[in-house]
Structure formats: C-alpha cells, structure tokens
Ligand binder design. Structure first.
Ligand code: LHQ
Length: 264
C-alpha cells in the first residue's frame, strides 16, 4: 500500500523522506509514525542507501505527537498509557534514526516541537531553514521530554541550556538555534533542500561503515570511563579496519589519489 503521510524518494545513494501531514505541521500521527518506521527499516536494509534526508512538507518540520489522538479518550475521562504508546511508536522510531547504518540529515524546514525536536536531534546533522523554529513543548502540556530528548538534549546543548529549553519551552528561531548548537547550519528557506541533499551526497561518498561506527561509539561511550572507551574504540577499529573502504582509504593515500568509497 502506498504511504499516506510520507513521501519517500531516491536520488542516487540518498533516500529523501518527506513527512506529509502538513495541515497538522507533520504531527506524528500513528500513520506517519508507522510509515517512518517502515521507510527507515527499508533504507536500513538497503546497502546502496548511503545517506538519508528527513524533512517536512509545508510550514512545519514536525509538531511532535498528534494531540488529536488523545482528544476522545481524555474527554471520556480515560487516561491511556503513554508508556505503551511510546513503546509501540516513538521508541521504535528513534533507534532506527540513531542506529541507522548510514548518516541521517534533518532538513528542518519549519517548526519542530516536542517529539519533533527529538526526531531532529536524533539525526546526525541538522540543516535548518531560516524559517525553522524549535520548542520543547512537553512542559506546556505537563509532560516530560521523551523520544530520546532527555539523552540527546543535554548532550547536544549542555545541561544548563538543555534545562532552559526543556523547562521554559520557549520558541527558539533558527539563528538562536545555531548559536545554541541545536543545529549545524542555517540556510535560506529556498535553498534548504538543495543544501541538505548536497551535504547528504557528500556523506554518501564517505566510508559508510566507519561513519556509523563513529556515531555508535559516541553514543555508547557517553557513560563509560576513559579506559572502557579505549577498549570500545579498539574493538570498533577492528570492525572498521575489516571494510573494503579502509583498505581503499589507505591505498588511495599512499598512491596520492582521491579514494573511491563504496560503503562496503
Ligand atoms: C497539531 C499539532 C499537534 C495535532 C499543531 N497535534 N495538531 C505526547 C503525547 C503522547 C505520547 C507521548 O509523547 C508525546 C510527545 C510529544 O510530542 S508532546 C508535544 C506535542 N506537541 C505539542 O504540544 C505541540 C503543539 N503545537 C504547538 O504548540 C503549535 O502548533 C506550534 C508551536 C508547533 C506551532 O504553532 P503555530 O505556528 O502557531 O501553528 P498552529 O498552532 O496554528 O498549528 C497549525 C495547525 O496544526 C493547527 O490546526 P488548525 O486546524 O487550527 O489549523 C494545530 O492544531 C495543528 N497542530 N501541532 N502536535
């Protein structure tokens, strides 16, 4: 069945995923969440996909959980379990981004709120349009940050800025987001996709296995001692060294030519 709320396109080695629920600023409805999970599983299983770009249609990147789905149960006085909701949805989605075998770039075209911020933070790099903005949103509805935000926010922003962002839920514009380190670069709105795709193509030419191992090491070693980190790095280095791309990188250097990496 064709996806209803996600447009998946392939441009050479890059998969472009466009969230397409624009009337709700791409809020993560159950349909969109499922379709993102399926598309990321598919990209993750395809070794010819060497980078993924995630963006939103319309004026939103992603407004977080679709609060409309809570309306009926809440009005009936029911309190469905949010932990069950998270386990089935966002807690499956986020690791598919942070653990993807290829780099994932967020092209943040508009507002990102709640789990939409978490989704952007889960990506390896964030390119924001000048029209983008960010708000934690969770505290405004009496919730705690979820979908990995409690792990990612303090690591990306530092504890003090992360707490300010999470507690106040102020709307931060693209330039302030750049100054805080929330995004990697800001570009004019009409160049966003072009810039994000160019970055993804650059990433797609790099040794894919080593890139994924680098990200995994950063995540795994965040809570380890230096000694444990040295051991993890050494083990991952054996994995990286077993790739064809490592051999190619070394030989290309010795032969004074540009390397041609294949992701193998
Ligand atoms: C929306 C949404 C939305 C539905 C805009 N849902 N329709 C939560 C609960 C359950 C399980 C566990 O996890 C979570 C995690 C979370 O993500 S909690 C955080 C959920 N997200 C929010 O609280 C954000 C709610 N949205 C907003 O605060 C604003 O819409 C933002 C700041 C994103 C944008 O503001 P504006 O630019 O002023 O746009 P707007 O408010 O006019 O929104 C445009 C439309 O989108 C509007 O519909 P309408 O029919 O009136 O045109 C909104 O109702 C709809 N929309 N976010 N999350």
């Amino acid at each position: 069945m064709a996806p209803e709320q996600l447009i998946a396109e392939r441009e050479g080695p890059v998969t472009l995923l466009r969230m397409n629920n624009p009337d709700k600023l791409n809020a993560l409805s159950p349909v969109l969440t499922r379709e993102l999970i399926e598309a990321l599983e598919e990209a993750g299983a395809d070794r010819t996909v060497r980078a993924v770009v995630l963006t939103g249609e319309g004026r939103g990147f992603c407004a977080g959980a679709d609060l409309g789905t809570l309306e009926q149960p809440y009005r009936r006085g029911e309190r469905p379990s949010l932990s069950a909701f998270l386990s089935e949805g966002y807690n499956r989605l986020i690791p598919l981004v942070t653990g993807a075998p290829q780099p994932v770039v967020a092209a943040v075209n508009g507002v990102a709120a709640g789990a939409g911020v978490s989704l952007a933070l889960a990506c390896d790099l964030r390119v924001a349009s000048e029209d983008a903005s960010f708000t934690a949103a969770f505290s405004r509805i009496g919730l705690v940050p979820d979908s990995g935000a409690c792990y990612l926010l303090p690591r990306i922003l530092g504890r003090a800025r992360a707490l300010e962002f999470a507690l106040l839920s102020e709307r931060v514009d693209a330039h302030a987001a750049l100054a805080m380190g929330l995004v990697n670069r800001v570009v004019p709105a009409d160049r966003l996709l072009q810039e994000a795709m160019a970055l993804a193509r650059r990433l797609a030419e790099l040794p894919t296995v080593a890139l994924a191992l680098t990200r995994r090491l950063f995540d795994e070693t965040a809570i380890l001692s230096l000694q444990e980190t040295l051991e993890r790095e050494a083990r991952a280095q054996d994995e990286a060294a077993a790739t064809r791309d490592h051999l190619e990188g070394v030989l290309a250097f010795l032969e004074k030519r540009a390397p041609s990496f294949t992701g193998e």
